[in-house]
Design a protein around this ligand. Sequence first.
Ligand SMILES: [Zn+2]
Length: 225
Amino acid sequence: MARRVVDGLHLLEVAWPEPVGANAYLVDDGEVSLVDAGLPVPRRSLASEIRDAGYEPSDVDRVLLTHYDVDHVGGLRGLDLDVPVHLGAEDLRLVRGELTPPWSHHKGAFHRVMRRLFPLSECDLRPVDDGDRVGGFRAIHTPGHNPGHVVYLHDDLGAAMLGDLVWESDGELVRPWRVDSYDLDVLAESVDRIAAEAFEHACVGHGEPVSPGGDAAVRALAARL
Ligand SMILES: [Zn+2]
C-alpha cells in the first residue's frame, strides 16, 4: 500500500523482493512527479500503488530517475506514460551506448547487458546535469553508485530523493553494496556533498525513509565513511 511520508509525498511500495527491489515515490507539488519505478515485476504494480496514493497514472507529469538500474527503471515498462523521463546525463550516455564501461568492470559488464534488455527506447529521455531544476526539484550529480546518479532535492517539501546514494538498514543509513556500485570512494564524496544540504525526509531506494532527521542521518554516515 502506498504510504504518506509527508503531505505531497508518498512512498509507493514496489520494493519486492527485498533487498533487490527498490522503492518508488510520488510527489505532488501542483505537478505530479514519479521518482523511480521499481523492478519490472513487483508484487504490487506501480499503477495500483499510484492509485492507492489517490492518483491515476495519467496524472503523472514527469518521471525522475535517480539512476539507470533495473530495480529503479524496470517498472516503467508496465506504465504507458507519455511524459518526459529525466535521467542523469552520464547514465543516459550509458543507456544510449555512448559510454561503454569495460567488460572487466563488475558493474560495467552488468550495464552492458542491461541496456540491451532495458534500452528505455519507449521513453522520452531527458539528460539531467548538476544544478538543473526539474519542476520543484534541484538536481545534484552524485556519482559513485553509477556514473550518472542524481539526487533530487525538493526544498519546499524538505525531501531528498536519494536513490542508491545510500540505503537504510535498522533505522540508519548505510552504503550500498560494493558489488552493485562503480566506485565507493567517489560515492563517499557524493555522500559528503548531500550531507551539506538541509532536509527532513531522506527518501531512499532501499529500506525505509528516514523522516524526520534525514539530513542528520546522512551526516552520520558521512562521518563514518
Ligand atoms: Zn537499487
